[in-house]
Write a protein that binds this ligand. Structure first.
Ligand code: S3P
Length: 172
Protein backbone atom coordinates (compact mmCIF):
# COMPACT_ATOMS: atom_id res chain seq x y z
CA UNK A 1 0.00 0.00 0.00
CA UNK A 2 1.23 3.48 -0.75
CA UNK A 3 2.15 5.45 2.33
CA UNK A 4 2.73 9.18 2.41
CA UNK A 5 4.69 9.21 5.63
CA UNK A 6 7.99 9.58 3.79
CA UNK A 7 6.98 12.71 1.91
CA UNK A 8 5.82 10.95 -1.25
CA UNK A 9 2.86 13.30 -1.35
CA UNK A 10 2.82 15.82 -4.17
CA UNK A 11 2.96 19.48 -3.32
CA UNK A 12 0.18 21.26 -5.22
CA UNK A 13 -0.17 25.02 -5.61
CA UNK A 14 -3.49 26.73 -6.26
CA UNK A 15 -4.60 30.35 -6.33
CA UNK A 16 -5.69 33.20 -8.55
CA UNK A 17 -4.17 33.65 -12.02
CA UNK A 18 -0.93 35.59 -11.75
CA UNK A 19 -0.46 35.09 -7.99
CA UNK A 20 2.95 33.47 -8.53
CA UNK A 21 2.25 29.74 -8.52
CA UNK A 22 4.75 28.95 -11.27
CA UNK A 23 7.56 31.06 -9.84
CA UNK A 24 7.09 29.81 -6.28
CA UNK A 25 6.56 26.25 -7.52
CA UNK A 26 9.79 26.21 -9.44
CA UNK A 27 11.67 27.58 -6.42
CA UNK A 28 10.14 25.14 -3.95
CA UNK A 29 10.79 22.20 -6.30
CA UNK A 30 14.42 23.20 -6.51
CA UNK A 31 14.70 23.64 -2.75
CA UNK A 32 13.23 20.18 -2.09
CA UNK A 33 14.93 18.45 -5.02
CA UNK A 34 11.59 17.58 -6.61
CA UNK A 35 10.46 17.57 -10.23
CA UNK A 36 8.26 20.50 -11.17
CA UNK A 37 5.10 20.25 -13.28
CA UNK A 38 3.49 23.44 -14.51
CA UNK A 39 0.00 22.54 -15.67
CA UNK A 40 -0.36 25.45 -18.09
CA UNK A 41 2.94 24.48 -19.66
CA UNK A 42 1.78 20.85 -19.96
CA UNK A 43 -1.43 22.03 -21.64
CA UNK A 44 0.62 24.15 -24.05
CA UNK A 45 2.77 21.15 -24.88
CA UNK A 46 -0.31 19.00 -25.56
CA UNK A 47 -1.92 21.66 -27.74
CA UNK A 48 1.28 22.82 -29.42
CA UNK A 49 0.39 26.46 -28.81
CA UNK A 50 0.30 28.99 -25.98
CA UNK A 51 -2.68 29.19 -23.62
CA UNK A 52 -3.89 32.52 -25.03
CA UNK A 53 -3.92 31.01 -28.52
CA UNK A 54 -5.93 27.97 -27.41
CA UNK A 55 -8.51 30.40 -26.02
CA UNK A 56 -8.47 32.53 -29.17
CA UNK A 57 -8.66 29.67 -31.67
CA UNK A 58 -10.70 27.03 -29.90
CA UNK A 59 -12.24 28.76 -26.88
CA UNK A 60 -12.18 28.18 -23.15
CA UNK A 61 -14.01 24.81 -23.43
CA UNK A 62 -11.12 23.32 -25.35
CA UNK A 63 -8.63 24.69 -22.86
CA UNK A 64 -10.61 23.20 -19.95
CA UNK A 65 -10.72 19.78 -21.67
CA UNK A 66 -6.93 19.77 -22.06
CA UNK A 67 -6.56 20.98 -18.48
CA UNK A 68 -8.67 18.04 -17.27
CA UNK A 69 -6.39 15.57 -19.07
CA UNK A 70 -3.31 17.21 -17.58
CA UNK A 71 -4.81 17.22 -14.06
CA UNK A 72 -5.66 13.52 -14.31
CA UNK A 73 -2.08 12.69 -15.34
CA UNK A 74 -0.45 14.98 -12.78
CA UNK A 75 -2.54 13.43 -10.02
CA UNK A 76 -0.94 10.04 -10.72
CA UNK A 77 2.54 11.33 -9.92
CA UNK A 78 4.31 11.15 -6.58
CA UNK A 79 6.96 13.44 -5.05
CA UNK A 80 6.43 16.24 -7.54
CA UNK A 81 5.56 19.91 -7.19
CA UNK A 82 2.54 20.91 -9.29
CA UNK A 83 1.54 24.47 -10.18
CA UNK A 84 -2.10 24.34 -11.25
CA UNK A 85 -3.77 26.93 -13.47
CA UNK A 86 -5.94 29.46 -11.66
CA UNK A 87 -9.11 27.82 -12.95
CA UNK A 88 -8.14 24.18 -12.39
CA UNK A 89 -10.04 24.35 -9.11
CA UNK A 90 -13.36 24.90 -10.91
CA UNK A 91 -13.64 21.24 -11.88
CA UNK A 92 -14.46 18.63 -9.28
CA UNK A 93 -12.57 15.82 -11.03
CA UNK A 94 -9.47 18.04 -11.15
CA UNK A 95 -9.72 18.74 -7.44
CA UNK A 96 -10.14 15.04 -6.63
CA UNK A 97 -7.24 13.94 -8.85
CA UNK A 98 -4.85 16.50 -7.38
CA UNK A 99 -5.87 16.06 -3.76
CA UNK A 100 -5.61 12.25 -3.92
CA UNK A 101 -1.86 12.09 -3.45
CA UNK A 102 -1.12 15.71 -2.77
CA UNK A 103 -0.98 18.40 -0.14
CA UNK A 104 -2.58 21.53 -1.56
CA UNK A 105 -1.48 25.10 -0.85
CA UNK A 106 -3.58 28.16 -1.59
CA UNK A 107 -1.27 31.06 -2.48
CA UNK A 108 -2.88 34.23 -1.27
CA UNK A 109 -2.08 37.54 -2.97
CA UNK A 110 -3.99 40.83 -3.18
CA UNK A 111 -6.12 41.00 -6.33
CA UNK A 112 -4.54 44.28 -7.44
CA UNK A 113 -1.09 42.66 -7.28
CA UNK A 114 -1.86 39.80 -9.68
CA UNK A 115 0.12 39.55 -12.94
CA UNK A 116 -2.21 39.84 -15.93
CA UNK A 117 0.03 39.41 -18.98
CA UNK A 118 -0.83 36.51 -21.31
CA UNK A 119 -3.96 35.57 -19.30
CA UNK A 120 -7.12 35.75 -21.40
CA UNK A 121 -9.47 35.89 -18.40
CA UNK A 122 -7.49 38.55 -16.52
CA UNK A 123 -9.02 41.43 -18.47
CA UNK A 124 -8.95 44.02 -15.69
CA UNK A 125 -9.32 44.64 -12.00
CA UNK A 126 -13.13 44.40 -11.98
CA UNK A 127 -13.04 41.03 -13.75
CA UNK A 128 -10.42 39.75 -11.32
CA UNK A 129 -12.40 40.96 -8.31
CA UNK A 130 -15.51 39.15 -9.54
CA UNK A 131 -13.45 36.03 -10.22
CA UNK A 132 -11.94 36.23 -6.74
CA UNK A 133 -15.37 36.44 -5.07
CA UNK A 134 -16.51 33.39 -7.01
CA UNK A 135 -13.41 31.32 -6.55
CA UNK A 136 -12.15 32.08 -3.05
CA UNK A 137 -14.46 29.53 -1.37
CA UNK A 138 -13.29 26.90 -3.86
CA UNK A 139 -9.61 27.65 -3.31
CA UNK A 140 -10.06 27.47 0.44
CA UNK A 141 -12.02 24.21 0.30
CA UNK A 142 -9.48 22.66 -2.08
CA UNK A 143 -6.44 23.65 -0.01
CA UNK A 144 -4.95 22.04 3.07
CA UNK A 145 -3.05 25.21 3.96
CA UNK A 146 -2.80 28.87 2.95
CA UNK A 147 0.48 30.66 2.29
CA UNK A 148 0.74 34.40 1.74
CA UNK A 149 2.81 35.30 -1.32
CA UNK A 150 5.87 37.43 -0.52
CA UNK A 151 7.52 39.93 -2.86
CA UNK A 152 10.49 37.58 -3.06
CA UNK A 153 9.55 34.18 -4.55
CA UNK A 154 12.32 32.53 -2.53
CA UNK A 155 10.55 33.65 0.66
CA UNK A 156 7.23 32.27 -0.59
CA UNK A 157 8.95 29.00 -1.49
CA UNK A 158 10.50 28.81 1.96
CA UNK A 159 7.11 29.31 3.63
CA UNK A 160 5.64 26.48 1.56
CA UNK A 161 8.60 24.15 2.09
CA UNK A 162 8.57 24.75 5.84
CA UNK A 163 4.88 23.87 6.10
CA UNK A 164 5.31 20.81 3.91
CA UNK A 165 8.31 19.49 5.83
CA UNK A 166 6.57 20.20 9.15
CA UNK A 167 3.52 18.31 7.97
CA UNK A 168 5.52 15.30 6.83
CA UNK A 169 7.52 15.25 10.05
CA UNK A 170 4.29 15.25 12.03
CA UNK A 171 3.11 12.25 10.01
CA UNK A 172 6.07 10.00 10.81
C1 S3P B 1 -6.76 30.61 -15.86
C2 S3P B 1 -5.50 30.80 -15.35
C3 S3P B 1 -4.29 30.62 -16.15
C4 S3P B 1 -4.53 29.66 -17.33
C5 S3P B 1 -5.72 30.09 -18.10
C6 S3P B 1 -7.00 30.15 -17.25
C7 S3P B 1 -7.93 30.83 -14.98
O1 S3P B 1 -3.26 30.08 -15.33
O2 S3P B 1 -4.68 28.36 -16.84
O3 S3P B 1 -5.46 31.33 -18.66
O4 S3P B 1 -9.06 30.41 -15.30
O5 S3P B 1 -7.73 31.43 -13.89
P1 S3P B 1 -2.42 30.94 -14.23
O6 S3P B 1 -3.18 30.80 -12.96
O7 S3P B 1 -1.12 30.23 -14.18
O8 S3P B 1 -2.32 32.32 -14.72
Amino acid sequence: MRTFADGARNLVLTGMPGCGKTTAGRAVAQALGRRFIDMDEAVEKLAGMPVWEIFRRDGEERFRALERDVAAEAGKETRVVIATGGGTVLNEANRAALRRGGRVYYLERAVDRLERAGRPLSTGLAALEAMYRERLPLYLAFADATVTVAEDAAVTAERIAREYIGFNTGQT
